[in-house]
Design a protein around this ligand. Structure first.
Ligand code: URA
Length: 226
């Protein structure tokens, strides 16, 4: 990809994330800059700077097939962080995680526990770029991308991480056990409690899982309010 189209891609990504404002590193603190505050679409300045520093990533071959780098979306002060697998087609087009059918279901589940992707929740994926044909992430891609996720988690400092689906769970926990088993315990991911539950796409494919998923999210709600 030539320099011009990289710049165009960068600007498009910035527009998706922040609207028509352009953000650059500055000495202003977030409290000093009211314009920045009103336009930041719930990203703290540290997250914005971090996003800017990685969104042209070329660390793995997914850089050449992506339309958009999908950094993450939500409340920078979230106490709940949801982590999916990787962007799908719609997410790759829009530059935002979980915007397709499974995203709609996820929003519905969040509403049922009195949360939304803008309030108290931050949503990201293990991979920031879409794997071709939505295949599972490769270990080599995870090796390059997971440090980005870790840095995001360090900046957001959630009280709880919920890993959505077996692929996200097994990738983060470095264990290849069935989802049922992963669901049954509260895990630890770099010092943050991590719960694994069904991926919303699995709930769409098999509505029988909805009851268990709802139990998990009720547990999440109670965990965060105790
Ligand atoms: N599935 C995921 O795991 N993540 C998304 O962002 C969309 C679908």
């Amino acid at each position: 990809m030539n320099e011009k189209s990289e710049i165009q891609k960068f600007l498009k990504q910035q527009k998706t994330l922040f609207g028509n404002e352009l953000f650059f590193k500055s000495t202003n603190t977030i409290n000093e800059d009211k314009t920045l505050l009103s336009n930041r679409r719930h990203l703290s300045s540290d997250l914005i700077q971090f996003c800017n520093s990685i969104c042209l990533c070329q660390e793995c071959p997914l850089a050449s097939t992506r339309n958009n780098f999908v950094f993450g979306v939500g409340d920078p002060n979230a106490d709940l962080m949801l982590i999916g697998e990787a962007p799908g087609e719609k997410e790759d087009q829009k530059g935002e995680p979980f915007v397709g059918k499974s995203g709609k279901l996820l929003d519905k589940i969040l509403r049922a526990i009195n949360k939304s992707r803008n309030e108290g929740v931050y949503i990201a994926n293990v991979l920031k770029c879409r794997p071709p044909d939505n295949r599972d992430p490769l270990a080599s891609e995870v090796d390059k991308c997971e440090p980005y996720l870790l840095r995001q988690i360090k900046l957001i400092k959630p009280k709880l991480i919920v890993s959505l689906g077996r692929v996200s769970g097994k990738t983060l926990l470095k264990t290849d056990i069935p989802l049922k088993e992963m669901r049954s315990t509260l895990h630890d991911y770099h010092g943050i409690p991590l719960k694994v539950t069904y991926h919303p796409a699995a709930l769409l494919r098999n509505p029988n899982f909805k009851k268990d998923a709802w139990e998990d999210f009720q547990w999440v709600r109670d965990y965060l309010t105790r």
